[in-house]
Design a protein around this ligand. Sequence first.
Ligand code: HMG
Ligand code: MG
Length: 300
Amino acid sequence: MLPSTVSIVEVGPRDGLQNEPGNIELIHKLELIHALADAGLTRIEAGAFVNPKWVPQMADSEAVFANLRRKPGVSYCALTPNLKGFERARQANASEVAIFAAASEAFSQKNLNCSIEQSLAKFAEVASAAREHSIPLRGYISCVLGCPYSGAVTPELCLEIAQELLSMGCYEISLGDTIGTGTAASTQTLLKTLLKRIAPEKLAVHMHDTYGQALTNIYTALQQGIAVADSSVAGLGGCPYAKGATGNVATEDVLYLLNGLGIEHGVDINKVARAGANICRSLNKTNNSRAAVALLNKAS
Ligand code: HMG
Ligand code: MG
């Protein structure tokens, strides 16, 4: 049965912008985040406190958080790979933090410069600091449906990592199809394994749309009772450590899907489409949301 309400985690300001080659002015990041909150999105990943040498585009995350006009009821999240990142996020007053493991040794090395086991040890430190400061903690697992370096990934390893992240105190695990190679069939296989041990309320899906399968995969997850989907306005983004992977599924496209299914989400699709159009104009980028392009054309 499909959920009656779905929560969207907007990752555009982080996942969407982290891979942009050119300089993005702080004002454009802030305008984007403000417009997304104004559209009704209540969970917004606003930055990443990672090594700025690794991801220069997120180097101004302190400035982003310091200058945010915070809307009551909105959670502004940040990625934190280690204690140093956590401390930066805490000083910046991030509403919540996220740790991000991978279900592939090769990807863990490329993205975090350490093995899965070493990354989990660092995340345990972040988790205990987050608990101490009562900051909610979200967990990601990357490459759940395939790795750009080593190919196939097993659902059993995803389950093991998910259980470990949950036992550290993550309130939810977001399953990342980092390179967008998943299909309805592989999504179903993965979820079948995870849902034997983990309640659907503890899971979210984070689908990149490289092969155009993200919406189908989200629909597959909804059918399994998963009610949280990550998405990126205008389909912006990609991971700097997953060459060729395109952005997340577009927020506007997910909203259009949910509207069609009569599932509540609390977000104004037209406002998100306008926010997407503005950031695409600022970045001189093509809008990757089919629904947004259609809505904007109709309105003009
Ligand atoms: P490292 O270089 O191995 O770190 O990076 P280190 O501990 O050896 O320290 C080296 C230097 O980095 C030191 O400075 C540290 O202070 C500094 P130095 O002494 O040389 O001057 N440093 C930091 N500076 C600022 N903030 C920090 C920090 N940590 C160390 N937090 C590290 C290890 C994990 C930090 C690095 O590999 C890193 O930053 N990785 C993050 C890469 C990343 O952001 N990738 C994209 C996000 S993940 C993603 O997109 C996937 C996702 O969307 C889900 C999906 O799609 O699947 C979430
Ligand atoms: Mg991602």
